[in-house]
Write a protein that binds this ligand. Structure first.
Ligand code: ADP
Ligand code: MG
Length: 469
Protein backbone atom coordinates (compact mmCIF):
# COMPACT_ATOMS: atom_id res chain seq x y z
CA UNK A 1 0.00 0.00 0.00
CA UNK A 2 2.73 2.40 0.98
CA UNK A 3 4.50 1.85 -2.32
CA UNK A 4 1.31 2.77 -4.11
CA UNK A 5 1.07 5.87 -1.97
CA UNK A 6 4.64 6.78 -2.75
CA UNK A 7 4.14 6.59 -6.45
CA UNK A 8 1.21 9.01 -6.22
CA UNK A 9 3.18 11.28 -3.93
CA UNK A 10 6.10 11.31 -6.31
CA UNK A 11 3.88 12.72 -9.00
CA UNK A 12 2.66 15.47 -6.74
CA UNK A 13 5.74 16.85 -5.03
CA UNK A 14 9.14 18.07 -6.15
CA UNK A 15 11.92 15.55 -6.38
CA UNK A 16 13.76 17.35 -3.61
CA UNK A 17 10.69 17.30 -1.44
CA UNK A 18 10.15 13.63 -2.11
CA UNK A 19 13.73 12.72 -1.26
CA UNK A 20 13.77 14.78 1.89
CA UNK A 21 10.37 14.06 3.33
CA UNK A 22 9.09 10.82 1.94
CA UNK A 23 12.00 8.56 1.29
CA UNK A 24 12.98 8.33 4.98
CA UNK A 25 9.51 7.18 5.93
CA UNK A 26 9.10 3.51 6.71
CA UNK A 27 5.73 1.83 6.56
CA UNK A 28 5.31 -0.11 9.81
CA UNK A 29 2.01 -1.85 9.57
CA UNK A 30 -1.42 -1.85 8.10
CA UNK A 31 -4.07 -2.79 10.57
CA UNK A 32 -7.65 -2.73 9.35
CA UNK A 33 -7.76 0.71 7.82
CA UNK A 34 -4.94 2.16 9.82
CA UNK A 35 -1.62 2.60 8.14
CA UNK A 36 1.24 3.27 10.50
CA UNK A 37 4.32 4.95 9.17
CA UNK A 38 7.52 5.56 11.01
CA UNK A 39 9.10 8.98 10.82
CA UNK A 40 12.52 9.92 12.17
CA UNK A 41 11.52 12.74 14.48
CA UNK A 42 8.87 14.93 15.95
CA UNK A 43 9.99 17.74 13.72
CA UNK A 44 9.59 15.51 10.71
CA UNK A 45 6.06 14.71 11.73
CA UNK A 46 5.19 18.35 12.21
CA UNK A 47 6.63 19.27 8.86
CA UNK A 48 4.63 16.59 7.10
CA UNK A 49 1.56 17.75 8.91
CA UNK A 50 2.07 21.32 7.94
CA UNK A 51 3.01 20.86 4.31
CA UNK A 52 1.68 17.61 3.06
CA UNK A 53 -1.37 16.80 5.09
CA UNK A 54 -3.83 17.46 2.27
CA UNK A 55 -1.92 15.27 -0.07
CA UNK A 56 -1.58 12.52 2.53
CA UNK A 57 -5.23 12.66 3.38
CA UNK A 58 -6.24 12.37 -0.22
CA UNK A 59 -3.95 9.45 -0.81
CA UNK A 60 -5.01 7.57 2.29
CA UNK A 61 -8.62 8.03 1.36
CA UNK A 62 -7.91 6.75 -2.10
CA UNK A 63 -5.97 3.74 -0.88
CA UNK A 64 -7.87 2.84 2.25
CA UNK A 65 -11.28 4.36 1.78
CA UNK A 66 -13.15 6.86 3.89
CA UNK A 67 -12.43 5.05 7.10
CA UNK A 68 -8.73 5.07 6.34
CA UNK A 69 -6.39 6.57 8.87
CA UNK A 70 -2.76 7.33 9.07
CA UNK A 71 -0.73 6.98 12.20
CA UNK A 72 2.74 8.20 12.81
CA UNK A 73 5.20 6.38 14.89
CA UNK A 74 8.04 8.64 15.87
CA UNK A 75 11.41 7.07 16.43
CA UNK A 76 13.09 8.21 19.51
CA UNK A 77 16.40 7.30 20.89
CA UNK A 78 17.44 7.71 24.43
CA UNK A 79 17.37 5.82 27.59
CA UNK A 80 13.89 6.41 28.86
CA UNK A 81 12.52 4.23 26.22
CA UNK A 82 11.83 0.61 27.02
CA UNK A 83 10.57 -0.47 23.67
CA UNK A 84 7.59 1.40 22.44
CA UNK A 85 8.02 4.44 20.27
CA UNK A 86 5.11 6.69 20.90
CA UNK A 87 2.43 6.97 18.36
CA UNK A 88 0.60 9.98 17.10
CA UNK A 89 -2.80 9.07 15.82
CA UNK A 90 -4.23 11.11 13.04
CA UNK A 91 -7.57 10.33 11.58
CA UNK A 92 -7.32 11.53 8.02
CA UNK A 93 -11.02 11.92 7.70
CA UNK A 94 -11.15 14.65 10.28
CA UNK A 95 -8.92 17.60 9.71
CA UNK A 96 -9.79 19.25 12.98
CA UNK A 97 -8.64 16.32 14.98
CA UNK A 98 -5.25 16.69 13.45
CA UNK A 99 -4.58 19.91 15.30
CA UNK A 100 -4.97 18.12 18.57
CA UNK A 101 -4.08 14.56 17.94
CA UNK A 102 -4.23 12.25 20.87
CA UNK A 103 -0.73 11.36 21.74
CA UNK A 104 0.32 8.28 23.54
CA UNK A 105 3.21 9.21 25.68
CA UNK A 106 4.67 6.35 27.60
CA UNK A 107 6.28 7.84 30.64
CA UNK A 108 9.45 6.19 29.71
CA UNK A 109 9.72 7.91 26.40
CA UNK A 110 12.89 9.76 25.65
CA UNK A 111 14.62 11.12 22.66
CA UNK A 112 17.42 13.02 21.17
CA UNK A 113 15.25 14.88 18.76
CA UNK A 114 12.63 15.62 21.33
CA UNK A 115 14.61 17.00 24.19
CA UNK A 116 11.74 16.73 26.49
CA UNK A 117 10.08 13.41 27.02
CA UNK A 118 7.33 14.64 29.29
CA UNK A 119 5.67 17.36 27.31
CA UNK A 120 4.71 17.44 23.70
CA UNK A 121 4.16 21.08 22.94
CA UNK A 122 0.78 22.19 21.76
CA UNK A 123 -1.03 19.00 22.53
CA UNK A 124 -3.86 19.13 24.99
CA UNK A 125 -4.99 15.61 25.50
CA UNK A 126 -2.39 13.14 26.55
CA UNK A 127 -2.75 9.44 26.74
CA UNK A 128 -0.31 7.96 29.15
CA UNK A 129 0.74 4.36 28.94
CA UNK A 130 -0.59 3.29 32.31
CA UNK A 131 1.83 0.40 32.82
CA UNK A 132 -0.92 -1.93 33.91
CA UNK A 133 -0.78 -5.69 33.51
CA UNK A 134 -4.21 -7.16 32.78
CA UNK A 135 -3.50 -10.22 34.91
CA UNK A 136 -3.33 -8.15 38.05
CA UNK A 137 -7.07 -7.62 38.14
CA UNK A 138 -9.38 -7.64 41.12
CA UNK A 139 -10.90 -10.77 39.69
CA UNK A 140 -7.59 -12.57 40.02
CA UNK A 141 -6.95 -11.26 43.50
CA UNK A 142 -8.33 -13.84 45.88
CA UNK A 143 -10.00 -12.33 48.89
CA UNK A 144 -9.17 -13.53 52.36
CA UNK A 145 -8.92 -12.21 55.89
CA UNK A 146 -5.37 -11.23 55.06
CA UNK A 147 -6.38 -8.62 52.52
CA UNK A 148 -10.05 -7.91 53.08
CA UNK A 149 -9.69 -4.36 54.32
CA UNK A 150 -7.05 -3.32 51.81
CA UNK A 151 -8.90 -4.99 48.99
CA UNK A 152 -12.22 -3.39 49.71
CA UNK A 153 -10.65 0.02 50.29
CA UNK A 154 -8.93 -0.42 46.96
CA UNK A 155 -12.19 -1.30 45.31
CA UNK A 156 -13.91 1.71 46.86
CA UNK A 157 -11.16 3.90 45.48
CA UNK A 158 -11.53 2.33 42.07
CA UNK A 159 -15.25 3.06 42.03
CA UNK A 160 -14.74 6.66 43.01
CA UNK A 161 -11.16 7.79 42.44
CA UNK A 162 -10.31 10.95 44.33
CA UNK A 163 -13.77 10.98 45.85
CA UNK A 164 -13.31 8.84 48.94
CA UNK A 165 -11.63 9.52 52.24
CA UNK A 166 -8.97 7.04 51.16
CA UNK A 167 -6.67 9.55 49.58
CA UNK A 168 -3.94 8.66 49.58
CA UNK A 169 -4.55 4.96 49.88
CA UNK A 170 -1.41 3.41 51.29
CA UNK A 171 -1.12 -0.35 51.01
CA UNK A 172 1.63 -1.88 53.05
CA UNK A 173 2.85 -5.35 53.85
CA UNK A 174 5.92 -7.47 53.44
CA UNK A 175 7.27 -8.88 50.24
CA UNK A 176 5.15 -11.17 48.09
CA UNK A 177 1.83 -10.48 49.78
CA UNK A 178 0.13 -8.80 46.84
CA UNK A 179 0.83 -5.06 47.14
CA UNK A 180 1.70 -4.65 43.50
CA UNK A 181 -1.19 -6.84 42.44
CA UNK A 182 -3.69 -4.80 44.43
CA UNK A 183 -2.26 -1.47 43.33
CA UNK A 184 -2.47 -2.57 39.72
CA UNK A 185 -5.98 -3.94 40.21
CA UNK A 186 -7.09 -0.50 41.33
CA UNK A 187 -5.60 1.05 38.21
CA UNK A 188 -7.16 -1.55 35.93
CA UNK A 189 -10.57 -1.16 37.52
CA UNK A 190 -10.43 2.62 37.18
CA UNK A 191 -9.46 2.30 33.56
CA UNK A 192 -12.41 0.00 33.00
CA UNK A 193 -14.85 2.31 34.67
CA UNK A 194 -13.47 5.67 33.62
CA UNK A 195 -11.95 5.38 30.21
CA UNK A 196 -10.90 8.99 30.12
CA UNK A 197 -9.03 9.12 33.36
CA UNK A 198 -5.30 9.21 33.04
CA UNK A 199 -3.97 6.43 35.21
CA UNK A 200 -0.30 5.96 35.80
CA UNK A 201 1.38 3.12 37.63
CA UNK A 202 5.03 3.73 38.31
CA UNK A 203 7.60 2.02 40.48
CA UNK A 204 9.26 4.43 42.81
CA UNK A 205 12.70 3.48 41.48
CA UNK A 206 11.59 4.55 38.06
CA UNK A 207 10.18 7.76 39.43
CA UNK A 208 13.52 8.43 41.10
CA UNK A 209 15.48 7.77 37.93
CA UNK A 210 13.21 9.90 35.83
CA UNK A 211 13.63 12.69 38.30
CA UNK A 212 17.41 12.36 38.30
CA UNK A 213 17.43 12.47 34.51
CA UNK A 214 15.10 15.44 34.52
CA UNK A 215 17.50 17.29 36.79
CA UNK A 216 20.38 16.42 34.50
CA UNK A 217 18.51 17.57 31.43
CA UNK A 218 17.00 20.66 32.97
CA UNK A 219 13.54 19.20 32.61
CA UNK A 220 12.36 19.37 36.16
CA UNK A 221 9.43 21.64 35.41
CA UNK A 222 8.17 19.41 32.69
CA UNK A 223 8.66 16.36 34.85
CA UNK A 224 6.53 17.95 37.50
CA UNK A 225 3.91 19.13 35.00
CA UNK A 226 3.69 15.72 33.53
CA UNK A 227 2.93 14.15 36.88
CA UNK A 228 0.48 16.87 37.75
CA UNK A 229 -1.61 15.94 34.74
CA UNK A 230 -2.23 12.44 36.03
CA UNK A 231 -5.67 11.65 37.43
CA UNK A 232 -4.71 8.52 39.29
CA UNK A 233 -1.12 8.20 40.35
CA UNK A 234 -0.02 4.83 41.69
CA UNK A 235 3.48 4.68 43.11
CA UNK A 236 4.71 1.24 44.03
CA UNK A 237 7.23 0.65 46.81
CA UNK A 238 7.50 4.22 48.06
CA UNK A 239 9.89 3.06 50.73
CA UNK A 240 12.64 3.47 48.15
CA UNK A 241 12.19 7.21 48.38
CA UNK A 242 13.70 7.03 51.85
CA UNK A 243 16.81 9.13 52.10
CA UNK A 244 16.26 10.71 48.69
CA UNK A 245 15.51 14.23 49.80
CA UNK A 246 15.34 15.97 46.45
CA UNK A 247 13.05 13.35 45.03
CA UNK A 248 10.91 13.53 48.13
CA UNK A 249 10.61 17.29 47.71
CA UNK A 250 9.47 16.83 44.16
CA UNK A 251 7.06 14.13 45.17
CA UNK A 252 5.73 16.31 47.97
CA UNK A 253 5.03 19.01 45.45
CA UNK A 254 3.29 16.65 43.04
CA UNK A 255 1.38 15.02 45.87
CA UNK A 256 0.02 18.36 47.06
CA UNK A 257 -1.03 19.39 43.63
CA UNK A 258 -2.82 16.14 42.90
CA UNK A 259 -4.47 16.00 46.28
CA UNK A 260 -5.70 19.57 46.08
CA UNK A 261 -7.19 18.98 42.69
CA UNK A 262 -9.03 15.87 43.82
CA UNK A 263 -6.84 13.39 42.04
CA UNK A 264 -6.33 9.94 43.49
CA UNK A 265 -3.03 8.78 44.90
CA UNK A 266 -2.29 5.15 45.66
CA UNK A 267 0.93 4.14 47.33
CA UNK A 268 2.44 0.88 48.40
CA UNK A 269 5.22 0.24 50.83
CA UNK A 270 6.83 -2.67 52.59
CA UNK A 271 6.57 -0.80 55.86
CA UNK A 272 3.92 0.99 57.85
CA UNK A 273 4.32 4.78 57.77
CA UNK A 274 5.60 4.86 61.36
CA UNK A 275 8.43 2.57 60.39
CA UNK A 276 9.54 4.43 57.29
CA UNK A 277 12.87 5.83 58.28
CA UNK A 278 14.47 8.43 56.07
CA UNK A 279 11.13 9.76 54.93
CA UNK A 280 10.38 13.43 55.48
CA UNK A 281 7.94 14.10 58.26
CA UNK A 282 5.71 16.24 56.09
CA UNK A 283 5.38 13.40 53.60
CA UNK A 284 4.67 10.88 56.31
CA UNK A 285 1.98 13.08 57.75
CA UNK A 286 0.37 13.33 54.32
CA UNK A 287 0.44 9.58 53.94
CA UNK A 288 -1.72 9.48 57.01
CA UNK A 289 -4.35 11.77 55.55
CA UNK A 290 -5.98 8.88 53.81
CA UNK A 291 -6.09 5.26 54.73
CA UNK A 292 -3.24 2.89 55.48
CA UNK A 293 -4.28 -0.69 54.97
CA UNK A 294 -1.99 -3.61 55.54
CA UNK A 295 -1.72 -6.99 53.91
CA UNK A 296 -1.21 -9.92 56.23
CA UNK A 297 0.07 -13.37 55.48
CA UNK A 298 -2.74 -15.45 54.01
CA UNK A 299 -4.42 -18.22 55.96
CA UNK A 300 -4.24 -21.82 54.83
CA UNK A 301 -7.67 -21.60 53.16
CA UNK A 302 -6.65 -18.50 51.26
CA UNK A 303 -3.39 -20.09 50.17
CA UNK A 304 -5.28 -23.06 48.82
CA UNK A 305 -7.79 -20.79 47.12
CA UNK A 306 -4.94 -18.85 45.48
CA UNK A 307 -3.34 -22.05 44.21
CA UNK A 308 -6.67 -23.28 42.90
CA UNK A 309 -7.36 -20.01 41.15
CA UNK A 310 -3.97 -20.10 39.52
CA UNK A 311 -4.38 -23.71 38.42
CA UNK A 312 -7.79 -22.99 37.06
CA UNK A 313 -6.51 -20.01 35.10
CA UNK A 314 -3.73 -22.11 33.63
CA UNK A 315 -5.94 -25.11 33.01
CA UNK A 316 -3.91 -27.37 35.24
CA UNK A 317 -5.01 -30.01 37.65
CA UNK A 318 -2.95 -31.34 40.51
CA UNK A 319 -3.72 -33.97 43.12
CA UNK A 320 -5.35 -32.53 46.18
CA UNK A 321 -2.62 -33.73 48.52
CA UNK A 322 -0.01 -31.92 46.44
CA UNK A 323 -1.92 -28.66 46.55
CA UNK A 324 -2.39 -29.00 50.26
CA UNK A 325 1.22 -29.81 50.79
CA UNK A 326 2.25 -26.68 48.92
CA UNK A 327 -0.17 -24.57 50.88
CA UNK A 328 1.02 -26.03 54.16
CA UNK A 329 4.68 -25.62 53.36
CA UNK A 330 4.86 -22.12 51.99
CA UNK A 331 3.14 -19.79 54.32
CA UNK A 332 4.55 -16.32 54.21
CA UNK A 333 5.02 -15.32 50.60
CA UNK A 334 2.47 -15.71 47.83
CA UNK A 335 5.07 -15.15 45.17
CA UNK A 336 7.02 -18.14 46.49
CA UNK A 337 3.86 -20.15 46.64
CA UNK A 338 3.14 -19.41 42.99
CA UNK A 339 6.77 -19.99 42.09
CA UNK A 340 6.69 -23.43 43.66
CA UNK A 341 3.51 -24.30 41.81
CA UNK A 342 4.87 -23.17 38.48
CA UNK A 343 8.13 -24.97 38.82
CA UNK A 344 6.40 -28.13 39.96
CA UNK A 345 4.31 -28.07 36.82
CA UNK A 346 7.28 -27.21 34.64
CA UNK A 347 9.29 -30.00 36.15
CA UNK A 348 6.60 -32.57 35.67
CA UNK A 349 5.89 -31.57 32.09
CA UNK A 350 9.58 -31.58 31.19
CA UNK A 351 10.06 -35.00 32.63
CA UNK A 352 6.66 -36.26 31.63
CA UNK A 353 6.04 -37.33 35.15
CA UNK A 354 2.82 -36.85 36.99
CA UNK A 355 3.09 -34.51 39.93
CA UNK A 356 3.01 -36.70 42.97
CA UNK A 357 3.30 -35.80 46.56
CA UNK A 358 6.84 -37.19 46.59
CA UNK A 359 7.87 -35.01 43.69
CA UNK A 360 6.31 -32.02 45.40
CA UNK A 361 8.23 -32.73 48.56
CA UNK A 362 11.49 -32.98 46.66
CA UNK A 363 10.95 -29.79 44.78
CA UNK A 364 9.61 -27.64 47.49
CA UNK A 365 12.82 -27.17 49.39
CA UNK A 366 14.11 -25.03 46.62
CA UNK A 367 11.51 -22.44 47.38
CA UNK A 368 11.83 -22.25 51.03
CA UNK A 369 14.82 -20.26 52.04
CA UNK A 370 15.60 -22.21 55.12
CA UNK A 371 17.01 -25.47 53.85
CA UNK A 372 16.70 -27.24 57.15
CA UNK A 373 12.99 -26.92 56.75
CA UNK A 374 10.59 -28.36 59.22
CA UNK A 375 7.01 -29.38 58.79
CA UNK A 376 4.51 -27.21 60.56
CA UNK A 377 2.38 -28.30 63.48
CA UNK A 378 -0.66 -27.58 61.35
CA UNK A 379 0.54 -29.94 58.70
CA UNK A 380 1.26 -32.66 61.19
CA UNK A 381 -2.21 -32.31 62.62
CA UNK A 382 -3.73 -32.50 59.20
CA UNK A 383 -1.84 -35.60 58.18
CA UNK A 384 -2.64 -37.34 61.44
CA UNK A 385 -6.33 -36.45 61.18
CA UNK A 386 -6.51 -37.59 57.57
CA UNK A 387 -4.89 -40.84 58.56
CA UNK A 388 -7.35 -41.56 61.34
CA UNK A 389 -10.23 -39.96 59.48
CA UNK A 390 -10.98 -37.41 62.15
CA UNK A 391 -12.01 -33.81 61.68
CA UNK A 392 -9.11 -31.54 62.58
CA UNK A 393 -11.35 -29.36 64.74
CA UNK A 394 -11.75 -32.25 67.15
CA UNK A 395 -8.05 -32.64 67.51
CA UNK A 396 -7.70 -28.96 68.24
CA UNK A 397 -10.54 -29.08 70.73
CA UNK A 398 -10.41 -30.15 74.32
CA UNK A 399 -12.45 -33.28 73.81
CA UNK A 400 -11.37 -36.38 75.68
CA UNK A 401 -12.86 -38.94 73.36
CA UNK A 402 -10.55 -41.88 73.23
CA UNK A 403 -9.74 -41.89 69.50
CA UNK A 404 -9.19 -38.18 69.54
CA UNK A 405 -6.95 -38.30 72.56
CA UNK A 406 -4.74 -40.85 70.91
CA UNK A 407 -4.53 -38.96 67.62
CA UNK A 408 -3.79 -35.80 69.51
CA UNK A 409 -1.00 -37.49 71.42
CA UNK A 410 0.50 -38.76 68.21
CA UNK A 411 0.34 -35.29 66.68
CA UNK A 412 2.08 -33.90 69.74
CA UNK A 413 4.70 -36.61 69.52
CA UNK A 414 5.52 -35.75 65.91
CA UNK A 415 5.39 -32.04 66.58
CA UNK A 416 7.98 -32.52 69.30
CA UNK A 417 10.08 -34.75 67.10
CA UNK A 418 9.90 -32.84 63.85
CA UNK A 419 9.57 -29.17 64.73
CA UNK A 420 11.47 -26.79 66.91
CA UNK A 421 8.33 -25.68 68.67
CA UNK A 422 8.31 -25.52 72.42
CA UNK A 423 6.18 -27.94 74.38
CA UNK A 424 3.96 -25.06 75.43
CA UNK A 425 3.44 -24.00 71.86
CA UNK A 426 2.62 -27.51 70.76
CA UNK A 427 0.15 -27.79 73.59
CA UNK A 428 -1.47 -24.55 72.58
CA UNK A 429 -2.01 -25.86 69.07
CA UNK A 430 -3.47 -29.11 70.34
CA UNK A 431 -6.51 -28.17 72.33
CA UNK A 432 -4.84 -25.68 74.65
CA UNK A 433 -2.94 -28.23 76.68
CA UNK A 434 -0.03 -27.28 78.88
CA UNK A 435 3.54 -28.35 78.42
CA UNK A 436 3.31 -31.16 80.97
CA UNK A 437 0.49 -32.73 79.00
CA UNK A 438 2.58 -32.64 75.86
CA UNK A 439 5.48 -34.23 77.62
CA UNK A 440 3.21 -36.90 78.97
CA UNK A 441 1.82 -37.53 75.45
CA UNK A 442 5.32 -37.98 74.05
CA UNK A 443 6.17 -40.52 76.74
CA UNK A 444 2.95 -42.41 76.20
CA UNK A 445 3.51 -42.65 72.48
CA UNK A 446 7.08 -43.81 73.01
CA UNK A 447 5.96 -46.52 75.37
CA UNK A 448 3.14 -47.66 73.16
CA UNK A 449 5.26 -47.99 70.08
CA UNK A 450 7.49 -50.43 71.90
CA UNK A 451 4.67 -52.63 73.07
CA UNK A 452 1.96 -52.36 70.46
CA UNK A 453 2.68 -53.59 66.95
CA UNK A 454 -0.38 -52.03 65.39
CA UNK A 455 0.44 -48.73 66.98
CA UNK A 456 3.97 -48.99 65.75
CA UNK A 457 2.64 -49.42 62.22
CA UNK A 458 0.56 -46.25 62.56
CA UNK A 459 3.64 -44.34 63.52
CA UNK A 460 5.72 -45.71 60.67
CA UNK A 461 3.02 -44.87 58.15
CA UNK A 462 2.64 -41.40 59.51
CA UNK A 463 6.34 -40.79 59.69
CA UNK A 464 6.61 -41.65 56.02
CA UNK A 465 3.82 -39.31 55.12
CA UNK A 466 5.33 -36.51 57.11
CA UNK A 467 8.92 -36.91 56.04
CA UNK A 468 10.36 -34.39 53.68
CA UNK A 469 11.91 -36.10 50.65
P1 ADP B 1 4.30 -7.59 46.56
O1 ADP B 1 4.17 -6.44 45.60
O2 ADP B 1 3.60 -7.34 47.87
O3 ADP B 1 5.71 -8.05 46.76
P2 ADP B 1 2.92 -9.01 44.48
O4 ADP B 1 1.74 -8.11 44.28
O5 ADP B 1 4.00 -8.92 43.47
O6 ADP B 1 3.52 -8.82 45.94
O7 ADP B 1 2.37 -10.50 44.59
C1 ADP B 1 3.19 -11.62 44.40
C2 ADP B 1 2.45 -12.65 43.60
O8 ADP B 1 1.40 -13.19 44.35
C3 ADP B 1 1.84 -12.08 42.35
O9 ADP B 1 1.99 -12.98 41.30
C4 ADP B 1 0.37 -11.92 42.70
O10 ADP B 1 -0.44 -12.08 41.57
C5 ADP B 1 0.16 -13.05 43.68
N1 ADP B 1 -0.86 -12.72 44.67
C6 ADP B 1 -0.71 -11.96 45.77
N2 ADP B 1 -1.84 -11.88 46.47
C7 ADP B 1 -2.75 -12.62 45.80
C8 ADP B 1 -4.13 -12.92 46.02
N3 ADP B 1 -4.80 -12.47 47.08
N4 ADP B 1 -4.75 -13.70 45.10
C9 ADP B 1 -4.08 -14.18 44.02
N5 ADP B 1 -2.79 -13.92 43.77
C10 ADP B 1 -2.12 -13.15 44.64
MG1 MG C 1 5.60 -5.35 44.59
Amino acid sequence: VWDDCLSVIKDNVTLQGFKTWFEPIKPVKLDNNVLTIQVPSQFFYEWLEEHYIHLLKKIIRKELGDEGRLEYSIIMEGNYSDSSPYTVKIPTSNRRAIKNPAVQVPVNVGSKQIKNPFVIPGLKKINVDSNLKPNYSFENLVEGDCNRLARSAGFAVAKNPGGTAFNPLLIYGSVGLGKTHLAQAIGIEIKNRFENKTVLYVESEKFIHQFIDAVKNNNVNDFSHFYQMIDVLIIDDVQFLAGKEKTQDMFFHIFNHLHQTGKQIVLTSDKAPVEMLGMEQRLLSRFKWGLSADLQTPSLETRIAILEKKMYADGIELPKDVVEYLAYSITTNIRELEGALISLIAHSSLNRKAVTLDLAKQMIDKFVKNTAREVSIDYIQKVVCDYFDLPIELLKSKTRKREVVQARQIAMFFAKKMTKSSLANIGMHCGGKDHATVLHACRTVNNLQETDKQFRKYLDDLEKKLSIQ
